[in-house]
Design a protein around this ligand. Structure first.
Ligand SMILES: [Zn+2]
Length: 259
């Protein structure tokens, strides 16, 4: 069986000292693709470096996360947009992400909207898929997106409102789910209601998961087989069949062929 981690922050400081170990662990767990999602200019540059260093398995999603909009230096937004444009021919660049809106940081709402809009326009222009953070903002985002001409949309760690899920699926969007699928009733309900063809797996590492079976251990892509097993149980399907469909979804969503 082969697996994918479509959303991990490999460029995070926390992984910098143990990146060889993380990649080796991923390989020995049959994780054939990792998408290094970025938070700002600096982590976008690091993500690109990681795709060179670990070209067999690491792909990059570049962008500015809503949490980072206030900390942007004067030219950082422009520099990030230019970096992404310049890398368009780089086969390792497969998405714009992590971008989005977060209700928790409502005090920087206008700036979040401005940066998100810039990133969505760039995704349109470059014809790249987008990976979206939508905490507390799913309804608003789902309303906004049809006014852009986007190639493909992925809502990462989709949790609520469950009532928005129907439209998400109808619009052909994908969602990613990760370790909480093993213990959260809410996330299990989301997985139950999402067609397998719209689903991808993630860890969102280095975010830690304190419930069983993860118990606050350092998050690694090696958690993915547990996630796939939990999805198979919910869907009442064979694990190998689920793993195979998720590989297909990854290839379809990002437009890459995996080995
Ligand atoms: Zn993330």
């Amino acid at each position: 069986m082969k697996f994918v981690d479509a959303h991990i922050h490999l460029s995070d400081e926390e992984y910098s000292q143990c990146i060889n170990e993380i990649i080796a662990e991923a390989k020995s767990s049959n994780i054939v693709a990792l998408v290094s999602n970025s938070m700002n200019l600096e982590t976008s540059i690091t993500s690109l470096k990681l795709t060179e260093q670990y070209s067999e398995t690491v792909y990059a999603a570049l962008g500015i996360h809503p949490w980072n909009v206030n900390a942007l230096s004067g030219t950082e937004l422009q520099q990030t947009l230019e970096l992404i444009s310049k890398q368009r021919q780089n086969k390792a660049l497969i998405a714009i992400g992590e971008i989005g809106l977060d209700q928790k940081y409502a005090n920087m709402w206008d700036k979040q909207l401005m940066v998100f809009d810039e990133m969505l326009h760039l995704a349109e222009e470059l014809d790249l898929p987008v990976i979206i953070h939508s905490r507390g903002t799913t309804t608003k985002i789902v309303e906004m997106l049809p006014s852009y001409n986007l190639k493909k949309v992925l809502l990462h760690w989709f949790s609520n409102p469950i009532s928005a899920l129907e439209k998400v699926v109808e619009d052909g969007y994908y969602i990613t789910e990760g370790p909480p699928v093993a213990y959260s009733n809410g996330i299990r309900e989301v997985v139950r209601k999402t067609p397998l063809t719209n689903l991808l797996t993630e860890t969102d590492g280095p975010v830690r998961f304190f419930k069983q079976p993860f118990n606050g251990k350092r998050t690694t892509p090696a958690f993915i087989p547990t996630v796939v097993k939990a999805i198979a149980e919910i869907k009442n399907m064979d694990v190998a069949e689920v793993a195979e469909q998720i590989i297909k979804n990854f290839e379809e969503f990002f437009g890459v062929k995996l080995n």
